[in-house]
Ligand binder design. Structure first.
Ligand code: NI
Length: 139
């Protein structure tokens, strides 16, 4: 295991009390584990702000497959962007609704652009992009 460095953080007691309440509710075993997650999230967000950095994005969409041309349109967008799309999973939720999860790898602006296009397609009921990282820069 890598070595760790310790550092002190000054904080007013009210802020620290609220922080402790939240991390206890979320189940963190220690402040250190919570702070590590917060730092990792901050670093990932920074990666996404730099359009040239390689990122991983997972977009989940829910749509009705009976809407005219919708499934074809979503499929066309994916074929046009096959160099960025790693894989896609389709789930038939019920007789009318489908869910797709599409994993993409590329520059953050490209990944965000494809996700926006899928989510904004007429007939998509819900869509959300989860922005993450290749993990190489995180310990
Ligand atoms: Ni389906």
């Amino acid at each position: 295991m890598d070595t760790v460095e310790r550092f002190g953080v000054s904080m007013n007691p009210q802020l620290l009390e609220r922080f402790d309440q939240v991390i206890a509710r979320k189940g963190y075993p220690s402040r250190s584990e919570a702070v590590r997650d917060i730092v990792r999230n901050y670093l990932i967000e920074s990666d996404w702000e730099e359009s040239d950095s390689e990122v991983i994005g997972t977009v989940t969409i829910v749509y009705g497959h009976e809407v005219h041309d919708l499934a074809d349109t979503l499929n066309d967008v994916q074929h046009e962007n096959r160099a960025v799309i790693v894989c896609a999973t389709h789930v038939h939720l019920d007789a009318h609704n489908c869910l797709e999860t599409i994993v993409m790898r590329g520059s953050s602006s490209t990944v965000r652009g494809i996700a926006d296009r899928l989510i904004s397609t007429k007939g998509v009921k819900h869509g959300k992009l989860v922005c993450t990282t290749t993990g190489r820069e995180l310990g």
